[in-house]
Write a protein that binds this ligand. Structure first.
Ligand SMILES: [Zn+2]
Ligand SMILES: [Zn+2]
Length: 166
């Protein structure tokens, strides 16, 4: 993410812009989160890696004071912002391994989407079975069509050569 030819200190001299609810510093073709830049300057031996996130302790993404930061993995971070509901519509508990988390942008702000893994698997299996039935029906239809064409061709040959020869 970080370009070799620009220092975090230099990035901090540039004017950040609001982007998807977070402060971002644009430099050439790259965008750097202000929180990452501030963290990296203060923690040169522990810079934010690609699978890590900076959580704003007071939940205000515009407060980019180092005291407001807590670094964690993206997965931890997503779980930190817990889903509104603890159970899916089927009643499975959405915790631990049964919780799928996606980052997504909604109404211009970065947020998280939570899914019940059991239900995702069940949905995938159901759609696979449905497709399997459709493929079977399609191949039956293809066979029938081919057979009809063959029969018609055979009937034509019989007609041409005289009934009963073949
Ligand atoms: Zn956070
Ligand atoms: Zn479920």
């Amino acid at each position: 993410m970080k370009r070799e030819d620009v220092s975090w200190e230099h990035l901090l001299t540039l004017k950040p812009v609001l982007n998807h609810g977070r402060m971002r510093i644009n430099y050439r073709n790259y965008g750097y989160l202000l929180s990452h830049v501030v963290w990296n300057i203060n923690n040169p031996d522990d810079i934010v890696k690609s699978d890590e996130a900076i959580h704003h302790i007071d939940e205000d993404p515009l407060n980019n004071d180092i005291s407001n930061f807590s670094k964690m993995t993206r997965r931890e971070h997503a779980k930190f912002h817990k889903p509104m509901r603890t159970h899916c519509s089927e009643g499975h508990e959405m915790v631990g391994e049964n919780l799928n988390v996606y980052e997504r942008i909604r109404k211009g702000r970065l947020g998280y989407q939570y899914q019940c893994k059991i239900c995702v698997k069940a949905r995938n299996k159901a759609s696979y079975e449905k497709n399997k039935e459709r493929r079977k029906a399609q191949s039956r239809a293809n066979y029938k069509k081919r057979k009809e064409e063959d029969d018609a061709e055979l009937a034509q040959i019989r007609k041409d050569m005289g009934v009963g020869l073949i």
